[in-house]
Design a binder for this molecule. Structure first.
Ligand SMILES: [Zn+2]
Length: 282
């Protein structure tokens, strides 16, 4: 009898230990398994996280991020090792999102095919932009973990992510952002915490534009601004005003062109807002 009681206690104790161990080693992945999507994982005691053969940055809070480009349809293997030897393996085949064809016919001709006189300037600006983007990845910490918000409250969506643009009848680059139309002067807010890596004046295409590094390869960009309130390397909080809506650069009217990337992968900003945890993301 005593023996049996002891045995039951022992079994219960082992079960409790086992269950609490599973809880402690929980791993959650947030985000959609689709093209143009960024995802992040958070767990406890992550030793490493790998996407195929690439090691992802894992910070002290056990956060890591990864993303799929608009045209990235290949199957990937996510491999996460947790302390205690538990291994999480998941094959991910991004679901193909559908993208639109967008025709714009009132674009100034000089912006459809830039004049020769502007080519040097465009090349120079491209170099500056590329150098700023190269710095994305320096921050290994998940600064984005305080959550995401829309840079503008309300406003009409005048262009969606991923559409094939046809400007004055000429097929052009894929539209890599989300356009929100709002009057000039409307405040634009940072979508998440991060460091400003570019606050560029009157670029030919992007106009006044800001690039923010949210850590672990995640970045966001805000184009065509009429005014900028931040400087390079400044830290901004989620929701902080960084500038105002305008129509500088290649733009047909006041709007914000908002882009999100994971390294060089083009991500749909509309999907990023779905990443917020219901409990405020902490
Ligand atoms: Zn746009």
């Amino acid at each position: 009898m005593i023996n049996n009681k002891f045995r039951i206690h022992a079994i219960v104790a082992v079960l409790v230990l086992f269950v609490s161990n599973l809880w402690a080693q929980n791993l959650e992945i947030y985000g959609e398994y689709s093209t143009g999507s960024v995802l992040f994982g958070v767990g406890e005691g992550i030793e490493f996280a790998k996407l195929d053969s690439v090691y992802l940055d894992v910070d002290d809070g056990n956060y890591f991020a990864f993303g799929f480009d608009r045209d990235d349809k290949n199957e990937r293997l996510l491999h996460v090792k947790l302390s205690g030897g538990k291994v999480y393996l998941k094959k991910i085949k991004p679901e193909q999102a559908s993208y639109k064809i967008q025709r714009i016919n009132n674009m100034q001709q000089k912006h459809v095919t830039p004049p020769q006189s502007e080519i040097d300037r465009i090349v120079r600006e491209r170099k500056i932009t590329r150098a700023a983007h190269k710095r994305i990845g320096e921050v290994k910490e998940a600064l984005y973990k305080n959550g995401f918000q829309r840079p503008i409250k309300g406003g009409r969506i005048s262009g969606v992510f991923g559409s094939q643009r046809i400007l004055n009848g000429v097929p052009k680059n894929i539209h890599n952002g989300l356009d929100i139309a709002k009057p000039r002067g409307t405040p634009v807010h940072a979508m998440a915490d991060g460091f400003v890596r570019l606050a560029a004046d009157t670029f030919f295409y992007a106009g006044n534009n800001i690039l923010i590094d949210h850590g672990q390869g995640l970045s966001s960009k805000y184009l065509h601004l009429s005014k900028m309130d931040v400087k390079v390397d400044e830290f901004v909080k989620k929701g902080q005003k960084i500038g105002e809506v305008g129509t500088t650069g290649r733009s047909t009217g006041p709007h914000l062109h908002w882009t999100v990337q994971w390294y060089d992968k083009r991500v749909d900003p509309a999907l990023i807002l779905k990443l917020n945890k219901p409990d405020g993301f902490e």
